[in-house]
Ligand binder design. Sequence first.
Ligand code: PMP
Length: 454
Amino acid sequence: MTTPQSWEARADESSLYGFTDLPSVHERGAVIVTHGEGPYIFDVNGKRYLDANSGLWNMVAGFDNKPLAEAAKAQYDRFPGYHAFFGRMSDQTVLLSEKLVEVSPFERGRVFYTNSGSEANDTMVKMLWFLHASEDNPKRRKILTRWNAYHGVTAVSASMTGKPYNEVFGLPLEGFIHLTCPHYWRFGEEGETEEEFTARLAAELEDTIKREGADTIAGFFAEPVMGAGGVIPPSKGYFQAIAPILKKYDIPLISDEVICGFGRTGNTWGCETYGFTPDAIISSKNLTAGLFPMGAVILGPELADRVQAAVEKIEEFPHGFTASGHPVGCAIALKAIDVVMNDGLAENVKRLAPRLEAGLRAIMDRSDNIGELRGIGFMWALEAVKDKATKTPFDGSLSVSERIANTCTDLGLICRPLGQSIVLCPPFILTEEQMDEMFEKLEQALNKVFAEVA
Ligand code: PMP
């Protein structure tokens, strides 16, 4: 509750909220967080919440991982900051690039650093424009993505994002083309099999390339599992169907692994889980287990060679951020990769993912108002529907998913409303008992809200 001198009131006075439903926060007050323990966060009033969102998908090692904090402190003490311009960079930057190539699906590669996932996608687009221009294909500038995709908020990455809310900014920019979202349950047509749906999307891709002209297209970007679109795994055989088409027209396939990377889907990379090899990977979030703002473009061998040749030709890649390859960020990322891959976190996702799925499926089976459970690894969504048989959604004005998330918050569980879905993407350290707490509170909230709106 907001009172005149409360933290909530001060936040309301002093801060501009991003991606926040303002009427709801005015009514309920913001949650002002002071600290965390494992997967839990605590607010200024001492209330504890199980954060089943891992912050924003990124705090995969929880909120008090000591080895990560110690790695940060050690690097701050040793060399607290530097850049990667003018032929200089920190030793930690070199070590991390080597490590990222080593753990990538690529035999060889090159890495470029940013401060965020949005900037990494922007950087990749500029790199492609730079590359095609240097190879005498300056018309290759259009970018293919999908409706419901989320690639970020900067002008270019927001143009790649397939969400109608970007219209308020006059986006997308020209030349950003959105293809059908590969969500069979929602977009499959009456009588269409999943295989036929996938074939239809592959045909749409090829038709689009032919219509626009392959020589005008710079690249295709895709999240292996769409995250902020509502946790949407690809339809069966999707990447196997589209990858050869992109190859045929010489269009680079970029895997945006900002969410899927480093264990979220149960393997190191989402592209590994879905059996395709991209030309480059975009990484952020889990890269530093959320402890440092950092993104990376990881180029596979062919793009690495071609981009390097383009840079040699022009003698400079005129791009970079002050904090690109920041030594503290790199030291944290090196530790985070080690913690996630070698301290049992990735293992925990693999081991507990079937339990997580089974628990959520049981909740769905007990409810008349959950139409679909979708996800993989430690990323899942339950889709609320008014009518299970017809998949009819609730009236948007009821704000059903927001009400469920707010009720969860009251019960001490953080989960995220996305469209008509409730998203659960817990930290990789989650235990069985904590998972049961999540199931219990979630089901309690679902029952309460569905009883109110039914
Ligand atoms: N790509 C994907 C797949 C994402 O989920 C996000 C963030 N949710 C971004 C890019 C943008 O990352 P950032 O918020 O760090 O700019």
